[in-house]
Design a protein around this ligand. Sequence first.
Ligand code: AHM
Ligand code: MG
Length: 333
Amino acid sequence: MADRQFEEGTTLDRFLMDTLADHPGATGTFVNLCQSVALAGKMISARVNRAGLAGMLGETGEVNIQGEFVQKLDDYANETFKAALVHRGHTCMVVSEEEEEPVLIEERWHSGRYVVTVDPLDGSSNIDCNATIGTIFGVFRRRSSEGGPAGLPDVLRSGRDLIAAGYIVYGSGTLLVLGSEAGVHGFTLDPTIGEFFLSHPNIRIPDGKIYSCNEAYALRWPPGIGRFLRSAKERGFRARYIGSLVADFHRNMLKGGVFLYPADTHAPQGKLRLLYEGFPLAYLAERAGGAATDGTSPILDRVPAELHERTPLIIGGRALVEEVTASMRADSV
Ligand code: AHM
Ligand code: MG
């Protein structure tokens, strides 16, 4: 079905209904879930666009489970996502980068079919300077029986179990990229009418000569990363790094290249989170013909032992990810 052609300009709703038609017997619950995600995305986009005016810049004064200062917009995005997901009956469990524990779902919604992982506002250190930020999400089908509450085994599982993932970038425009078995497609928000329209059908990561990493940390990295970067420079690569994973990843999805956030001597497990960042983006990369590894094995083969588990992340075009991973493996033989 990934090869099916969708017409540019199609609304997100129409696209979802068309893909639903490919699944006779489907109940439309997944469509409802995607509509809830899109609604949350529109609300966050509106708030991001007038952040400087609405007194929404700066920190709340709280520190989150990751030990990072919570920005007011982090808080707003987290609350908005929770509100969009927990009262609709499609979702039995939400785990958020901003929440220590899974979000509590009322008993009457326990029958929900899906589990959602979300980084409500990725790249939030960029908020105050108007650089691109975004939301990242992943979707599992629950494996516990519907009716009772979901539990940790519904989310501490292989990334291969994801059935969909996506992100929303709040940049010069707002774009929702959705990956599922129907392929990876991008929808641009027309803010004048509040509707997402298909603008980037069937995204495939092209070959590209871009590397994206925080090279200020190079002295702390494994030598294999340094060898790759030297070779990339000799081959005429360009460096692009915003410091907002979702924005760096999105650019590389469209232009090719590789994003690297390796483990280092300060962060031996890496910085990025497996459930909220690694899994969803790895799912999208693979669906778009790319790859993602932790330097040893494919990200999607990992099984997190805890909600906020971190991971090194090498992600982007397949050939480049394989080249970096091979270079890192050479260090361990
Ligand atoms: P966040 O989810 O709290 O915003 O943190 C993750 C961000 C990523 O978006 C980005 O790739 C990385 O942290 C940047 O880290 P660094 O400043 O160390 O380069
Ligand atoms: Mg993040």
